[in-house]
Design a protein around this ligand. Structure first.
Ligand code: DX5
Ligand code: ZN
Length: 224
C-alpha cells in the first residue's frame, strides 16, 4: 500500500514561502497541507485563500486545506479557486456539516472531515459517503510543534475498521506531532496519509527530514 507524506507549512519561513514550497517539492514531498486558522475556532491566526493562491505557482504538488475556522461554507469556492484539490473541515465548526461537504464537492474539490482528539468517531459515521478523507488529529488543533497524543492510536485503528466496513474509498490521514520515531505506529494503526510540520524544517534540511519520515513509514512494513 502506498503512503503519502504531506507538509504542514506552519513551521516554514513565511517570508519566503514560495521558495520553501519549491524546496519541499525538490526534497520529495507528496503534497502541501495548508492550516487555516481564524483566531476564533482556534486561538491562532494564520492565512486565507489569497496566501494559498499566491503560492500556487511555486510548486506542482497538490494542495489540501485544513480549515480550523468557523462558518467557512461561504469561503469554499475561494479555496478551490486558490488551487486546493481537497478541503478538510472540522465538523464542530459547521452547523450544517453535510451541506458544507456538498458545497466542497460541487465546487470541484475532494471533501474531508478532521476529528479533534476529543471528537468521537461517531461524528463522521453518517458522512462517510460524502468524503474521501478522514483526518484523525493527533494533537489539538491550533499550533504546530505539539506532542503526538499516543492515546489516539486506538482511534486510528477504529477509524480503519469503520472505513473498511462501510466506506473503503475513504483514506485515513493523521496530523500532529508526527516524527520519524512515531510515524510507524500511526501507519500500523491504519493511516495512509501522514502530515508532518515542524519535523520538516529542522537544521538537517528538508531532504534529510523527508527521507527520515519515509524511512519511519517504511519501518511499518509499507513504502511511502
Ligand atoms: C495543528 C495542525 C497540524 C500541525 C502539524 O493545528 O493542524 O497540521 O501543526 O505540525 P506538527 O507536525 O509540527 O505538529
Ligand atoms: Zn493540519
Amino acid at each position: 500500500m502506498s503512503i503519502t507524506l504531506g507538509a504542514s507549512i506552519l513551521a516554514a519561513d513565511w517570508s519566503r514561502m514560495g521558495e520553501e514550497l519549491a524546496e519541499l517539492e525538490a526534497a520529495g514531498i507528496d503534497y502541501i497541507h495548508w492550516d487555516v486558522m481564524d483566531n476564533r475556532y482556534v486561538p491562532n491566526l494564520t492565512f486565507g485563500w489569497d496566501m494559498i493562491s499566491a503560492c500556487r505557482s511555486a510548486t506542482t504538488v497538490p494542495f489540501e486545506t485544513h480549515l480550523m475556522a468557523w462558518e467557512t461554507e461561504r469561503d469554499i469556492a475561494k479555496y478551490v479557486a486558490a488551487g486546493c484539490e481537497r478541503i478538510l473541515i472540522q465538523p464542530e465548526a459547521h452547523i450544517h456539516v453535510h451541506n458544507t461537504l456538498r458545497v466542497i464537492r460541487e465546487e470541484g474539490a475532494e471533501a474531508g472531515i478532521a476529528l479533534n482528539p476529543g471528537t468521537p468517531l461517531a461524528m463522521v459515521e453518517d458522512l462517510l459517503p460524502d468524503i474521501t478523507t478522514l483526518l484523525v488529529m493527533t494533537v489539538n488543533p491550533g499550533f504546530g510543534g505539539q506532542a503526538f497524543i499516543e492515546t489516539m492510536l486506538p482511534k486510528i485503528e477504529a477509524a480503519r475498521a469503520l472505513v473498511a466496513d462501510r466506506a473503503p474509498h475513504v483514506k485515513i490521514e493523521i496530523d500532529g506531532g508526527l516524527k520519524p520515531g512515531n510515524v510507524a505506529a500511526g501507519v500500523e494503526a491504519g493511516a495512509t496519509m501522514v502530515i508532518c510540520g515542524s519535523g520538516l524544517f529542522g537544521p538537517e534540511g528538508k531532504a534529510a527530514a523527508i527521507a527520515a519520515m519515509k524511512s519511519g513509514i517504511a519501518s511499518a512494513g509499507v513504502t511511502a
